[in-house]
Every structure is written in structure tokens, then in C-alpha cells.
Design a protein around this ligand. Structure first.
Ligand code: KMH
Ligand code: ZN
Length: 308
């Protein structure tokens, strides 16, 4: 069995500053979070940017460039830039930073869907910034748009033209069939790195049966040509990724997906979650992949071929 790749998603665009003082916001904070996560054992850093003044999710290349070169210079970790950005951004905005940086990896969301964050607003009593409440509440009428045309555009502009490989975000069974469709069109090449996403309201729920069924169908559709990783939102994070590790999958942690380290306890850092899953992986008798092992497993072009 191969090494297990730990991805750490440092900040994302779901959680807002009022939810945790530990959510990295500024370029300094995102850099420190990334270096800490890599030191703790993350081979891949999944990256979003934020406006340093307001903490709002940002697609500005300038905000990404505040931390990308520093992460590249100070760590060997694979830098994976989100093309999901936030559902309120246009595709042009979502692609701007990754087109400029030509990273080794980028995320790619495999279907249009609801992405409902509004239940989280009820749990906050004191807001740090004016934008947070309407941002969360407005998600009851938000479409996270990832049409086949959008997907083809990302595959072309980042994959074909810039040599990026992808973290295929699949929130539902239907997304696996969309991925198969793009394989049949010859737009993607094996091995496919599929991220099964559980617990986003709008995608599949965090039931263990969903994971076994996703694996069963992915086996049928992709055979030996794929590997899977798991991320799960909130308190389902550790249980479901542990299940992934036990089933031969890879794992993703990070404050993008969950702000806690145990039920009711905020994680102090991304590194804390990486260390926890690393301990679990090793207790299962498995080894965590180094960044270069992850590059070999995923067939990446190499850090020297990016524009970061
Ligand atoms: N936020 C996660 C549920 C992306 O950045 O492309 C999925 C994600 C999407 O990471
Ligand atoms: Zn993300």
C-alpha cells in the first residue's frame, strides 16, 4: 500500500472571522499556517486567499501573491490553488490567481450545486465584520456554478495550457459520472485524484454508507485509474477521514473544512489537525507521504515548473 497523502486546506471561503480567532486571514497568517501544516506532515496545501482588512474571501491575485512565493521558498509542500474560490465569485475571478501562478495543482469542482452556509449564521452572536452575516444568510439563494463549460475551461486553461493536475471535488455521486464524461472526452489523464466531499449542505451527507458507495461506483467507473481522498465538514471531519485512511484513501484536514480539533473545542491551528490525523494514520500502520512522494503518486510537473 502506498503512502497516505495529507492535504491541508488552510482557510477556505466558508468560515468567517467571527467563528474562530485561529482562522488565518492575512498573508503572514496564511504563510505561518502553511509552514506549520507542512512541518506537521501535510504534503499538499490547498489555498484560498482573504482580504487582509476584512477577512472576506478574496480572489485577488495580489492577495495570493502575498503568501504563494513565501510558501514555495520556505517549504517543499505542493501548492494547490482553489478554482472554487467562493460561490459568490465569477469564474474569471476564480481563475485569475491560478492562471498567473500556474501551480502544480488546482481544485476542480465537478458540478453545479447549492452551497448553503446559512445555518452557521444562527450560531454566531457577535459579528466582527458587517459582511459576514449577509454573506452566510444570502447562501439560501446561491448557486455554486460549475457547468460542463466551466469545467472544460478550467481543464483547458490550467490543465492543458499550464500543466496543472487536479483535486477533483466530488460532492455527490453524479459528480463521478461527470468526471467519467471528461475522461471519455480525453480532457483528463489518469491517475485521477478524487476528493470525496461530505457534509456540505447541498452535497451528500456524512454517512459512512455514502463513502463506501462512492468508492464502489468510482471503482466501477475508473478501475485502477484513480485514487480517492476524503474531506468532511465540521465535526464529521476526523471520523470520515479516518475511515478513508483505513479504506486505502488519502485524507484532507484544515480550518477550511472544520474549525475544531474535538467536539466543542476550536483547533488552535491547521498544524494541530494535521498532527492529529498523522497520529491516526501511523497508528493504522501506514506512512504519511512526503511532498515528493505525493508528486510521484499524483504525477505532478514539479515545483520548478510553476510561475510562483
Ligand atoms: N470547500 C470545500 C467544501 C474548492 O476550493 O475548490 C471544497 C473546496 C472547493 O475546497
Ligand atoms: Zn477550497
Amino acid at each position: 500500500m502506498r503512502e497516505i497523502i495529507i492535504t491541508c486546506a488552510l482557510t477556505g471561503s466558508i468560515h468567517t472571522p467571527s467563528m474562530s480567532p485561529h482562522l488565518p486571514i492575512t498573508a503572514d497568517e496564511i504563510t505561518a499556517a502553511g509552514l506549520g501544516a507542512a512541518e506537521a506532515g501535510a504534503a499538499i496545501l490547498h489555498l484560498h486567499a482573504r482580504d487582509p482588512e476584512t477577512g472576506k474571501p478574496s480572489a485577488e491575485p495580489e492577495h495570493f501573491m502575498g503568501f504563494l512565493p513565501r510558501l514555495k521558498q520556505a517549504s517543499a509542500a505542493v501548492l494547490n490553488i482553489s478554482t472554487g474560490g467562493s460561490a459568490v465569485m465569477s469564474l474569471d475571478q476564480r481563475l485569475a490567481a491560478s492562471k498567473q501562478a500556474a501551480p502544480e495543482m488546482a481544485s476542480l469542482n465537478m458540478g453545479t450545486m447549492n452551497f448553503a452556509l446559512y445555518p452557521m449564521a444562527e450560531r454566531i452572536s457577535e459579528w466582527k465584520h458587517d459582511w459576514e452575516k449577509p454573506f452566510l444568510e444570502g447562501s439560501d439563494d446561491l448557486v455554486f456554478k460549475n457547468t460542463p463549460r466551466d469545467i472544460a475551461r478550467i481543464l483547458t486553461e490550467l490543465g492543458r495550457d499550464r500543466g496543472a493536475r487536479f483535486e477533483f471535488e466530488c460532492y455527490d455521486l453524479s459528480h463521478l459520472y461527470m468526471l467519467r464524461h471528461f475522461a471519455d472526452r480525453g480532457l483528463i489523464k489518469a491517475p485521477f485524484f478524487i476528493q470525496f466531499v461530505f457534509g456540505v449542505l447541498g452535497g451528500m451527507g456524512p454517512d459512512p454508507e455514502n463513502l463506501t458507495h462512492m468508492v464502489r461506483i468510482a471503482d466501477k467507473l475508473f478501475g485502477e485509474d484513480y485514487m480517492f481522498s476524503v474531506l468532511a465538514a465540521g465535526r464529521h471531519q476526523m471520523p470520515l477521514i479516518t475511515m478513508s485512511a483505513a479504506m486505502g484513501g488519502h485524507v484532507r484536514v484544515g480550518l477550511e473544512d472544520s474549525l475544531t480539533i474535538a467536539r466543542g473545542t476550536l483547533a488552535q491551528s491547521n498544524a494541530e489537525q494535521v498532527a492529529k490525523i498523522r497520529g491516526i494514520v501511523e497508528a493504522l500502520g501506514r506512512t504519511v507521504a512526503t511532498p515528493d512522494q505525493a508528486r510521484a503518486i499524483l504525477g505532478l510537473k514539479g515545483a520548478d515548473k510553476t510561475a510562483i
